[in-house]
Ligand binder design. Sequence first.
Ligand SMILES: CC(=O)SCCNC(=O)CCNC(=O)[C@H](O)C(C)(C)COP(=O)(O)OP(=O)(O)OC[C@H]1O[C@@H](n2cnc3c(N)ncnc32)[C@H](O)[C@@H]1OP(=O)(O)O
Ligand SMILES: O=C([O-])CC(=O)C(=O)O
Length: 373
Amino acid sequence: MADKPTKGLADVVAASTALSDIDGKAGRLFYRGYDIHDLAGRTSFEETAHLLQHGSLPTRAQLADYGAELVRGRTLGALVESNIPEIAEKQGPMEALRTLVSLSGAEDPEKDSNSPEANRRKAARLTAQQPILVARYHAARTGGAVLDPDPELSVAANFLRQITGRDPSAREVAIFDACLVLHADHTMNASTFAARVCAATLSDMHSAIVAAIGTLKGPLHGGANEQVMRTLEGLDPEGVAQAVRDKLAAGEKIMGFGHRVYKTEDPRATHLRRMSQELGEASGDDTFYRMSKEMEEVVFAEKGLYPNVDFYAATVYHYLGIPTDLFTPVFSVSRMSGWTAHVIEQHADNRLIRPDSEYIGERDQKWAPIDER
Ligand SMILES: CC(=O)SCCNC(=O)CCNC(=O)[C@H](O)C(C)(C)COP(=O)(O)OP(=O)(O)OC[C@H]1O[C@@H](n2cnc3c(N)ncnc32)[C@H](O)[C@@H]1OP(=O)(O)O
Ligand SMILES: O=C([O-])CC(=O)C(=O)O
């Protein structure tokens, strides 16, 4: 056994998975062997979630069944319903989601089973429920009404409609759907690892997802997309390059750049950059897109760092009319499909995850009674 830890577990292979694979040098990402470039824009989020949770891209019949399961899963239980107003008053969006998913676990009809069948049904329910929770939370805190989910509409179309209160264009839906596909899974990222550690104690799916949501929230992980937008909003469009250089000179991290695994462009950023440009131009004011491009150039010139998935996702969501503090919740709407698939995979071939630690504290301490310390 190594007696020195690898800080942050960098390069440690912590699990085996058949769900996703990254080639960090070539900048490639695969879900169950399918290149993300083949999936994004051509495969719906529902098909992608089926691929992850059930192991294959669905046939038309399988997609109809899975779609119907998702539609049924959009109903919230009484405990969740009755607590939304108070939670919306007292908790920020990611905290609220953590609480609401925990509450929904109490109402899940299969909460006490970790069987593969029960896990797959719970995965569908959680995937269906997450966008509804975000929309209902947002409506409660703004005092607005929320449109009922339309059973004829996709996850992407329903979500945009519920959050913005208007019917999105077909192109907006297609772009948002591709965003959901791009964020669905990503090997042993921090939130997925947290979910697997929890699941590996033979705890239940909802507990593992609560751990994952709490982990995604942080700005070094999913929380970065919100911080990217806040950075852009705080910059003078004419002074982007100097402001970024100043931040770097002061030792600040620029949110949305760098990655533990990619040593080149994150393949998801390639799609998101294009979508940000398209939506920015279509909006008639592409200032935030152009500022992002300039930031990208300066960060690369100064630090050799590439944008990660969170960087251009920020302006895409902004142009789609999603409030900035819901960007990370949107990430969770997509990643729910991957997290739940990882819990299914962990339970199917389980061993407790319990690494070792290096002790760096005092030794041979002499005990003394409390009055003599
Ligand atoms: C969905 C996601 O989770 S994608 C990642 C989202 N997070 C962010 O965008 C936050 C900003 N980025 C970061 O903090 C990091 O790049 C991480 C957390 C993504 C990866 O972290 P690590 O692999 O541990 O890299 P680490 O933080 O050690 O960085 C290595 C070096 O690059 C620098 N660096 C890394 N990212 C950045 C950044 N965004 N801005 C400036 N410098 C950076 C570090 O300061 C460090 O420099 P040093 O060696 O001179 O000390
Ligand atoms: O893989 C990571 O460390 C972070 C990331 O990009 C993701 O979770 O999508």
